[in-house]
Write a protein that binds this ligand. Sequence first.
Ligand code: NAD
Length: 249
Amino acid sequence: MLLNDKIAVITGGAGLNGLGYATARQMAAHGARVVILDLARAEPAAAAARLGEGHLGLVADVTDKDACAQAAAAVLKAFGRIDILVNNAGITQPVKTLEITGGDYDRILDVNLRGTLYMSQAVLPAMAERKQGSVICISSVSAQRGGGIFGGPHYSAAKAGVLGLARAMAREFGVQGIRINCITPGLIETDITQGKLTPDKKAEIAETIPLARLGRADDVAGACVFLASDLAAYCTGITLDVNGGMLIH
Ligand code: NAD
């Protein structure tokens, strides 16, 4: 088991079809104790209970700095340490540049980018104290190729911001034994597209992908387990593409 007795915090992990929950499942299978953070409506406690005994689910909106700090404090109280943080909470919106309102911009940037900063700020001091930790930030192929298939330009900007933030944090915290890396998923079948991709459209997209299929949540979860584990002990500041070859660069 790659993550025996590690304490892993995963934001936005309660959606049973999402990347976060798949990561929670795989990390638990590798021996980690998992804390799922999510909005109240996503019922994080119920999602954590589905993982089995010894896991925890807490309500935390990552756009709220106090809520992030309170969640980290609750994890430290319950388990005494935090070894892994997966900054996975994210939202998207399929609009074009000229349609983006100020409110849209705030919402998309706040969850994807501000949330990554706030939650990292909440756990880094405790990781630094123990001189170890792994932070994984979920960006997107959309940051690299200037738009994915679904998200608008503000989403690309937010996810490109995540890449910059993670790399800068990796430089700052490496000396304290903390590794900080990004994953850039391609198009993965989850609830984020809210049923807006028809079977025909999916087949059309699959034809353009070298591995000839859309991604599965477990494809990304496996990459998270790798980056969280000692197998990735000398990896920091990297961007790991999990996109089936959609972008080869
Ligand atoms: P999803 O919609 O299934 O999961 C997102 C989760 O984030 C949900 O559980 C939601 O409740 C939670 N969330 C939303 N706002 C939050 C907030 N303010 N605080 C805490 N939690 C919040 O989507 P997914 O496809 O599993 O996406 C997971 C991550 O992967 C996101 O960051 C997304 O941008 C990224 N991503 C997804 C794809 C894809 O194709 N599915 C591709 C690239 C990147």
